[in-house]
Write a protein that binds this ligand. Structure first.
Ligand code: HEC
Ligand code: HEC
Length: 391
């Protein structure tokens, strides 16, 4: 049947929409679905990080990501919280460092291509975001002297550092070694690009007009995709190949973390960004005059930023429960319930008009869930990192 329609399509090009309607999707829906690809994107090179893409720096970053010696008491490596077996996130609502932290550990898949980093966008580049936990008193609680000593004294790390940066760590001030370490960590994280998913195969088949390949994608997921880009309005924010606009919104998560404690979200993130020396515009950037600092120069706080958080990517989302900035929703089904019946009294008066009750039926909720699950690759596990010599 589908072959016949494709044949008709060859003879009569205007029949494309009729063919696609076979899969239950109209032209507008197909166009919206196509805009969520293609995947994977071009490899990321960050001009503000001079070792971005450099193989020696990637090796150093891979070794350090797993190294508990970065923290003063050897309790935490990056991978203690960003666990490779949980999509580089963590199966806990709020992360536990030396104290209970205020936020959920985000996945690091595809982190390289982001414009803002952290749930609140407190950093505009990956190396500054990677230095943050090393110094944070309730995470690794380290300092530049400790990190520089580790790199200088471990023969394997020292050799990797020299190969990456073209100079010996012993000849460089500790503060510079710390930023270099963060840049190596960033470079390795830029390689964490998630593989294509069942959704991507569906999307590419639609783009190529290969309808029998597209028909392999389960019908429920197909209906879920149509809802996602259509009536459920998810793609208003979860848009493009990363399923994120990269911007900040309030979707009505609980305001108080505990009695009297509020996370200001983007509002606090912008204050931190404006005060930071480690932005794309600052003295530690390798591209301080470059165009990639444009957004940082011109972004201004607004009242609506209070309680807004970055739109997370949904690639691999099935692997990274629990959800939202403080992990307050346990399953994807709960997330769907939340959007279906959002707490309107919680949302700002000047807030998100797009967040409105959806009135989804049980079947529609199941369809949306099938679609969200299809955003995970079948084999999400990353390749094992290559160690740094004697480290
Ligand atoms: C104690 C747990 C913990 C440790 C250790 C930790 N992180 Fe994180 N990480 C978090 C949490 C929680 C956040 C969210 C922070 C925020 O929104 O401000 C985060 C956020 C990030 C982000 C931002 C991701 C995004 O999507 O914007 C990056 C990048 C990151 N961490 C890298 C690292 C690196 C590199 C290390 C090691 C040097 C590390 N983390 C160590 C818990 C941890
Ligand atoms: C107005 C923008 C907007 C719309 C519309 C929207 N989202 Fe979101 N989404 C966000 C933001 C912002 C967050 C993070 C909120 C937070 O943590 O406070 C989020 C979080 C999520 C998460 C959790 C991801 C994670 O890693 O924690 C899922 C899943 C999700 N959204 C799915 C959907 C679905 C499905 C729809 C449609 C029914 C939808 N979103 C509509 C902005 C939006």
């Amino acid at each position: 049947m589908i072959r016949l329609l494709i044949l008709l399509g060859l003879l009569w090009p205007a029949s494309t929409s009729a063919e696609v309607a076979v899969l239950g999707l109209d032209d507008e829906t197909v166009e919206a679905i196509l805009s969520h690809g293609s995947w994977p994107p071009e490899p990321v090179r960050d001009p503000s990080n001079r070792v971005s893409g450099d193989p020696a720096a990637i090796r150093l970053g891979a070794a350090l990501f797993d190294d508990t010696r970065l923290s003063t008491d050897q309790r935490f490596a990056c991978s203690s919280c960003h666990r490779p077996d949980y999509g580089f996130a963590e199966p806990k609502a709020r992360s536990e460092g030396r104290t209970l932290l205020t936020r959920n550990t985000p996945s690091l898949w595809n982190v390289g291509g982001q414009r803002w980093f952290g749930w609140d966008g407190g950093n505009d580049n990956l190396w500054a975001q990677s230095r943050r936990p090393i110094l944070a008193p309730d995470e690794m609680a380290s300092d530049a002297g400790h990190v520089a000593r580790l790199i200088r004294q471990d023969a394997g790390l020292a050799a990797c550092y020299r190969a990456a940066f073209g100079r010996a760590a012993a000849e460089v001030p500790a503060d510079d070694v710390l930023v270099d370490v963060a840049k190596a960590l960033a470079t390795w994280q830029e390689t964490l690009v998630s593989p294509p998913t069942p959704f991507d195969r569906f999307r590419d088949a639609l783009a190529a007009g290969e309808l029998d390949s597209a028909a392999v994608y389960p019908e429920a997921a197909r209906r879920g995709a149509a809802l996602f880009v259509g009536r459920a309005r998810c793609a208003f924010c979860h848009v493009g190949p990363r399923f994120s606009s990269g911007e900040f919104h309030d979707v009505g998560m609980p305001y108080f973390l505990e009695r009297g404690v509020v996370d200001p979200g983007r509002h606090g993130g912008l204050a931190a960004l404006k005060a930071s020396q480690l932005t794309r515009l600052g003295p530690w950037s390798d591209d301080a005059g470059g165009v990639t600092g444009f957004a940082t120069r011109y972004v201004r706080p607004r009242h609506a930023d209070f309680g807004a958080f970055r739109v997370p990517s949904l690639r691999g989302v099935a692997e990274t429960a629990p959800y939202m900035h403080a992990g307050s929703l346990t399953t994807l089904a709960e997330v769907i319930e939340h959007y279906n019946d959002p707490p309107l009294d919680r949302l700002h008066t000047d807030g998100e008009r797009v967040i409105r009750p959806l009135g989804l039926t049980d079947r529609e909720k199941a369809d949306l869930l099938a679609f969200l699950r299809s955003l995970s690759p079948r084999q999400p596990s990353p390749p094992p990192p290559v160690p740094c010599g004697g480290g």
